[in-house]
Design a protein around this ligand. Structure first.
Ligand code: TXA
Ligand code: MG
Length: 320
């Protein structure tokens, strides 16, 4: 990335599109978003249309200043201020009680709203130039893999999306941690780069795992973040044998492994360090998905806290 987060002419085109009610492709530090004016109903409808997303799935409101919190939430508890101070701008979405007037398109008709301040300089530049909040789901078709490059966004939407700001490959590679602060104790609805221990260091006890009866979280659907190719998650020790069995049955498996590819396997090996693995995960899944395999075999990640968010995404990717 250069020192200029977004060249002036591109910023102008992006803001003009947002003012017209057109969604744009926007880089954040997690994944690319499909950003639209959070106060424009027609623009929000267009987001759902483009994504093919059910209208009762809520959107995250992205803000550029902490003061805007109060525009969206009717109560901002101390815990929210403390977390915002500790982690914003950054990969943390806070679920709060919505303020009257916040669109049902954003809340999915629930009494809560998700808010975050993204850490990407281009996203912050657009938010500042636009002067208002942007609702932005990940810029992928519903259920598909989130985009981590501008090219991924173009691959998803083609000519249907006029403006995609290219901010390079995203730094973190997986979506923000979502914490429901309307629950007591607060609950992690979606794990991300900011882990349970990070949150607990600031606000005390936090629970993990969405309740099945909890508000709709599309990222909580079992089969989400999914490649189109049938996908299995399995221990490293089983991969070589599984590849052999599939190959003998006339199938072509591709493997996503940690550190190195097991003997006799084709595919991609990602770094054995969790953050570096996460950063490249979705690009690797897209590449494998385009590789004409009959099956993707993914090595199960280690059982430690660093890998919680990755494990969550891989379990969903293989649940279809
Ligand atoms: O990192 C991210 O959060 C990215 C970037 C673009 O900011 N955005 C993202 O948005 O992942 P999306 O729409 O793909 O996923 C947001 C998740 C969804 O699962 C949605 O259901 C949940 O947040 N969500 C939003 N508002 C909510 C609410 N009020 N209650 C519960 N879940 C909510
Ligand atoms: Mg998404």
């Amino acid at each position: 990335m250069t020192c200029v987060p977004v060249p002036a002419d591109i910023l102008q085109v992006a803001v003009a599109a947002l003012r017209r009610g057109e969604p744009i492709g926007l880089p954040t530090e997690t994944v690319y978003g499909l950003a639209a004016d959070a106060r424009n109903e027609a623009a929000l409808r267009r987001v759902f249309e483009l994504k093919g997303r059910p209208s009762d799935h809520p959107l995250i409101v992205h803000i550029g200043t902490v003061q805007e919190f109060a525009d969206w939430a009717r109560e901002v508890p101390d815990a929210a201020h403390a977390l915002a101070r500790a982690f914003w701008p950054g990969p943390l979405t806070l679920i709060l009680k919505r303020r009257v007037g916040v669109s049902d398109a954003i809340t999915g008709g629930q009494d809560t709203v998700g808010v975050r301040m993204p850490a990407h300089p281009a996203a912050l530049a657009v938010l500042q130039a636009f002067g208002g909040a942007l609702a932005a789901p990940s810029a992928n078709r519903f259920g598909h893999i989130s985009p981590t490059t501008a090219q991924h966004v173009r691959d998803e939407f083609g000519a249907a999306l006029a403006v995609v700001i290219d901010g390079g490959a995203t730094a973190l590679g997986i979506e923000s941690t979502i914490v429901d602060l309307t629950a007591s104790p607060p609950r992690i609805l979606r794990p991300g780069a900011i882990g349970r221990a990070d949150l607990e260091a600031v606000i005390g006890p936090v629970r993990e795992g969405a309740l099945s009866a909890s508000p709709r979280v599309s990222g909580a659907l079992a089969a989400h973040y999914a490649p189109r190719t049938a996908t299995e998650l399995l221990p490293r020790t089983d991969i070589t044998a599984r590849v052999g069995a599939l190959s003998r049955a006339g199938q072509r498996p591709l493997v996503l492994a940690i550190g190195s590819l097991p003997v006799g396997c084709q595919g991609i090996a990602l770094p054995a360090e969790a953050a570096a693995f996460a950063q490249r995960l979705y690009a690797a899944l897209r590449q494998l998905d385009a590789g004409q395999a009959d099956r993707l075999l993914i090595e199960s990640p280690p059982d430690d806290a660093d890998w919680t968010a990755i494990r969550d995404r891989l379990e969903r990717a293989s649940a279809a």
